[in-house]
Ligand binder design. Sequence first.
Ligand code: GRF
Length: 208
Amino acid sequence: MLRVVVMVSGGGTNLQAVIDGVTNGTITNTEIVGVISNNKNAYALERAKNHDIPARCISPKDFPSREEFNRELLAGVDAYQPDLIVLAGFLVVIPEEMIQKYRNRIINIHPSLIPAFCGTGYYGLKVHEAALSRGVKVVGATVHFVDEGTDTGPIILQKAVNVEQGDTPEMLQRRVMEQAEWIIMPRAIDLIANGKVTVQDGRTIVEI
Ligand code: GRF
């Protein structure tokens, strides 16, 4: 069984998609062993509790320095002894020590087709605002391994979504979630849990 820790900051709809996938058997060989939020008011924590998944908040606000927060975050993750760490809308920069320790064992969902609209400053609605302002006709989402850069790690899965006439950033964000994020995140976890994803020379080989 792949032991998965999910890290969240907000509503947790991607966490919910993973919980649902494990429950309905779309994600196999997988157990969600813990949820960590940096925000004590994140609804994602409620979702975890509703499914009896151990969940806790580790907030930078509760520590005198970033170093101490980073140490506690890593200790909190380690305590669950995860095989895979899933960043599902986690808005905190992952400490370098964690990236090294869990190399190719941390995945993130980004709401664009990387390398478009990604990197520093592209998060949340800003991604969709930028896509609309550029006038692209196709957007999407990407699941990738996390390395030291921002959205630069090996790409695991991507799914395209059409932009429609009259879209607002909010409408586009919702469609990208429904038609891409909630599908490829569970699928990526299932592939990893079944040994179908390997990394070679900074790129993935995915057996689909
Ligand atoms: C998603 O759009 C994800 O791509 C981004 O943050 C959002 C998280 O939403 N990184 P939720 O908390 O999973 O509902």
